[in-house]
Write a protein that binds this ligand. Structure first.
Ligand SMILES: [Fe+2]
Length: 166
């Protein structure tokens, strides 16, 4: 998972279909950190500078530091949770798509087959997360529509008491 994307699901830490998406997102963070660590292990300052990451090297050397591709450090401000199921699910759906799009961008940039195979795996997982959150959203909306139908019948009975509930 890129450092600044897909973290809404992380903040929600909820179980969907018996699978803890938040735990998996943390594992993605560890996987991406391992890729960065392996790619930069043994590389010196000049190598970082040659690839446009000299500023990163000045601040962190070879250490893995969670930040966006543009250098914005990870903060808890990226975790989104409103306590409202519809708002949180919409946020999660967007976060999964942003993570998927970021992995697509990485795949356009990377020509390392080992990195790409891992990124493709992570991308596939974001698609699955999106589907699970979508299923949760549909279930929530079905409940909402059932309640709406009940309210509709109550309104009809109030204004037209001779109409029977079907
Ligand atoms: Fe995800």
């Amino acid at each position: 998972m890129p450092a600044n994307v897909g973290l809404s699901a992380l903040g929600l830490i909820r179980s969907i279909s018996g699978h803890d998406v938040g735990t998996e997102e943390l594992a993605h963070l560890e996987i991406v950190g391992s890729i960065v660590s392996q790619l930069t292990s043994g590389e010196g300052a000049k190598s970082f500078d040659r690839y446009g990451a000299g500023d990163y090297y000045v601040d962190h050397a070879n250490a893995v530091y969670p930040q966006s591709a543009a250098g914005a450090p990870f903060t808890a401000a990226y975790l989104q949770s409103k306590g409202d199921p519809i708002a949180d699910l919409v946020e999660d759906l967007a976060a999964e798509q942003k993570a998927r799009a970021t992995y697509d961008n990485i795949l356009r940039l990377s020509d390392d087959p080992d990195v790409n195979s891992v990124i493709k795996f992570l991308r596939a997982r974001e698609v699955v997360h999106f589907q699970r959150f979508g299923e949760a959203m549909l279930a929530k909306l079905r409940g909402f529509l059932r309640n709406l139908k009940g309210i509709w019948h109550l309104s009809l009975q109030f204004y037209f008491p001779k109409i029977k509930k079907s």
